[in-house]
Design a protein around this ligand. Sequence first.
Ligand code: MLT
Length: 405
Amino acid sequence: MLKANENYLKLRGSYLFSDIAKKVAAFTASNPDRSIIRLGIGDVTEPLTPTIIKALKDAVEEQGHHESFRGYTPDLGYDFLRRAISDNDYKARGCNIEPDEIFVSDGAKSDSGNVQEIFSSDVRVAVCDPVYPVYVDTNVMGGRAGVFDEAKEQWSNIIYMPCTAENGFTPEFPAEVPDLIYICSPNNPTGTAMKKDELQKWVDYANEHKSAIIFDAAYEAYISEEDVPHSIYECDGAETCAIEIHSFSKNAGFTGVRLGYTVVPKALKDVDGVSLNTLWARRHGTKFNGAPYIQQRAGEAVYSAEGQKEVKALVSYYMENARMIREGLKNAGYTVYGGVNAPYIWLKTPDNMTSWQFFDHLLEKAGIVGTPGSGFGPSGEGYFRLTAFGNHENTKAAVERFQTL
Ligand code: MLT
């Protein structure tokens, strides 16, 4: 008899950003004349840069005319891209990550959701709270979450590490030692970032307890402070305990192009000595036919001198929005966090409103879409996230609307 996967049936509601999109669509349908400013989902608004567009076009030509570039791509990624990543994102930072430890994919979202598959369904998972919902939902799908406690708004088998204003939005070691620890820094959603000494403590903890860290580095290009690591492999001993996930979406604007990569070091083994690098390669080979050649050439172009210049300009553009939001909201009396090393601003809702009450209030009164903090976990209640990925004009207009709210 046909039965759906019971783990999927445990999932709660729809995915956060689909819920928001539905609410906004309903609002715009009943208020067709209202001007809406979207600072909700972290999606880029600036066009792809000239170097990337040229690389994409050249790759299309090559695929059209050269036999050697037709057909399936290598499932783990082309050597030219794995080498460019190894040289630029790692060796240039003193991290000894080799091309065969880098797995090219169609983006960080799928990797951060799929990576749990190579771990036993018994591993105990810890997440920061608030958290990017993909980490929790995919562990629900993987059968590790237990039952949902309505009162606590938590899954019984997931360890939540509150990240609040009191602890500077940095996770503290939980009472129970987890096997798999998800850390995103610079953080989505709080926009804060861990300093190197803070991250080193987690690396030491994971090595001591034979746990693994899934380190989501999707926002590393936004780091502006010196003592914030761009990669977990800047910490001593991280190759024996950490997997790192990267995106080309947030730095080079590939949200609609799709390209990312995951690093699984060869030194990372489970308690029985099983190589997680081998398992991830096996998974890729079985479930993935390789990121498209065209996208991989565009990814390679990101590392060219011109590409790097353009990425820096994009990041500065969005970080100017972050500055406008941070300062504008502070001047309007809001308590704000983030926006210095990340394109997200995390604010306290005014007048003790819940996150969803503030979402409705902001949409109705100011026509601004943001993301309710409680959608990221119970410790996000009473907070709200704004993205700096809008354009200058809209961002400025949103700040003015906040000031007159
Ligand atoms: C977000 O808004 O949190 C991000 O866009 C999610 C993502 O990158 O998938």
